[in-house]
Design a protein around this ligand. Structure first.
Ligand code: GLP
Length: 240
């Protein structure tokens, strides 16, 4: 595991975007797994700047980690809208190259299977960029006694609903379910870039990286990945 401690959020974003861009330059048709949330906004903004300076993203295929169930793509809080706003509308990237689960699918189980098959058909994910939920979730894999391995439908925990309520007018508007890549889909990526900002997540990250590997902290499973890079904007001492 490689841990990069950036001086601040701007540096964390810049470093992470350069890391992603390095992969794209070496393999223009690479497959990226992409997150949402507040943390990656700076990375997307840096990537847009790199694109304006000549980074070619036309051949890169992207798979988002998750999407709310029941929000149409046009809903301002859907992850479809998030990706359009922060990345896709700023770059030349054919829409056939980006994928986000369809949270409006009539057959949600079928949609999960379709998504998993598309990842396989693309040759698997080269680099999975991840954020960390305050409760240790990755994607929307919530703490539980067992974790779904493939793309699946999850019920969001009260903590996640409360944490994500800040993006909605009221907490009751936050969807109760989501489609997420499973921990297996995530762990099959060739490489993982875990980006964590803000000292409020320090203890959770320390537990995840240096504590017991447990389904109660889904991010702790990442300890088992052979190629993981963690980027933070705070210092990270191992557990005492
Ligand atoms: C959501 C997403 C996660 C993301 C998490 C943290 O719940 N499903 O993929 O990592 O938010 O978001 P933030 O970066 O806003 O703390």
């Amino acid at each position: 595991m490689r841990i990069i401690v950036a001086d601040n959020y701007k540096e964390l974003s810049r470093w992470s975007a350069q890391f992603v861009a390095g992969l794209i330059r070496g393999k223009p048709n690479c497959v990226l797994g992409l997150p949402t949330g507040s943390t990656p906004i700076g990375i997307y903004s840096e990537l847009v700047q790199l694109y304006e300076q000549g980074l070619d993203l036309r051949y890169t295929e992207t798979f988002n980690l998750d999407e709310y169930v029941g929000l149409p793509p046009s809903h301002p809080q859907s992850y479809h809208s998030f990706m359009q706003e922060h990345l896709f509308r700023h770059i030349d990237h054919p829409s056939s190259h980006y994928h986000i689960p369809d949270g409006m699918a009539a057959d949600l189980e079928g949609e999960c299977q379709r998504y998993e098959e598309m990842i396989l058909a693309a040759g698997g994910i080269d680099l999975m960029v991840l954020g960390l939920g305050p409760n240790g979730h990755i994607g929307f894999n919530e703490p539980d006694s067992h974790l779904g391995t493939k793309t699946h439908v999850v019920s969001l925990t009260r903590e996640t609903i409360q944490a994500n309520a800040r993006f909605f007018r009221e907490e009751k508007e936050v969807p109760r379910k989501a489609i997420t890549m499973g921990v297996g889909s995530i762990m099959q990526a060739q490489e993982i870039l875990l980006v964590v900002s803000g000292t409020g997540k320090r203890e959770m990250l320390r537990q995840a990286l240096f504590g017991e590997v447990t389904t109660r902290i889904p991010a702790s499973i990442l300890q088992l990945h052979p190629h993981i890079v963690v980027v933070t904007d705070f210092s990270l001492e191992p557990l005492g």
